[in-house]
Design a protein around this ligand. Sequence first.
Ligand SMILES: Nc1ncnc2c1ncn2[C@@H]1O[C@H](COP(=O)(O)OP(=O)(O)OP(=O)(O)O)[C@@H](O)[C@H]1O
Length: 368
Amino acid sequence: MVEVDLNHIYKKYPNNDKYSVNDFDLHIKDKEFIVFVGPSGCGKSTTLRMVAGLEDISEGTLEIDHKVMNDTAPKDRNIAMVFQNYALYPHMSIYDNMAFGLKLRHYNKEEIDKRVKHAAKILGLEDYLDKKPGELSGGQRQRVALGRAIVRDAPIFLMDEPLSNLDAKLRVSMRAEIAKLHQDLGTTTIYVTHDQTEAMTLADRVVVMSVGKVEQIGTPLEVYNNPKNMFVAGFIGSPQMNFFNVHYKDNRISDGKGLDIEIPEGKAKMLEEKGYNDKDLVFGIRPEDIHAEEAFLETWPNAVVKSEVVVSELLGATIQLYQKVDGTEFVAIVNARDYHTPGDQVEMGFDVNKAHFFDKDTTEAIVN
Ligand SMILES: Nc1ncnc2c1ncn2[C@@H]1O[C@H](COP(=O)(O)OP(=O)(O)OP(=O)(O)O)[C@@H](O)[C@H]1O
């Protein structure tokens, strides 16, 4: 049973006049896979390094299994860490790279051998134990780095962008391996990435961060379906959610140009209850909630927008249609059958049941 509590943690580097992490507050459950996600510089690595003990905590407490760890040395925190650059010793064999941490901790030879071979088996590295890191591919090296964490049998794994040095294809397969590893070992894990797809596919819960601040904590589906604000709505999802500045009045939203659509009664009622009738607000809709099928256009004629295709990206089964309506750009993901070329005038049906609305000043979600 391993729980980790970050209680109102702050970080201020001495040479930096701003806080790099502000009021980070999170209870991590036993066996949970937590992903910190956000753009570069938002404070993900700093937070992870505070958990590892590689950075001091300026304010707040870190507890592991309800024991305060702020002043505990990294080696005594019972944590195994995997870094982006693998941090392998080039002159040592794969076996010795994996055994190194255990030797430092004075494990006996038999125990080290048992653990290294067990980890090598889990990771499919059995045939590489005599090789040097330079003889391995990027994916295999990353597996060795994972192996070093596994042999430690530590109850907590910290991973800092472990896949970002790999090419796209390898990243996807290593992502699946990490997910499987977590299923098999059940180690409480904190994983840092700027890649929202990695966050969505791996996490039990994601912590979405922007400059030094936690924006939202939730399951991948919660943050996807119920983003707390425009930052989260725009960061999670690819291509990102479309935003339109609109005016809402009596069940309709209009941007005063080509977008003028009716919204469902339920959502309209919620907007009005919150005092947004006859007000400017931001309308958000995900690319997959914009449709090109005839049947959709005929069923929902009051939610159709006439637009012009700007760029058409065929992805196989789907196409990303970048379009503009009177100068405002948006993107739809539609079936490849609805292929169009730039310049085509098209009609798109907006699934307004999936509409999101945000306050234009605070950027907070009003209705999801
Ligand atoms: N040693 C340091 N001294 C001063 N400021 C620092 C130091 N390390 C990081 N920072 C600042 O703290 C903020 C958070 O940095 P951090 O590396 O945690 O972000 P990140 O989200 O992990 O970004 P990235 O994905 O680029 O690694 C940044 O503004 C950064 O400039």
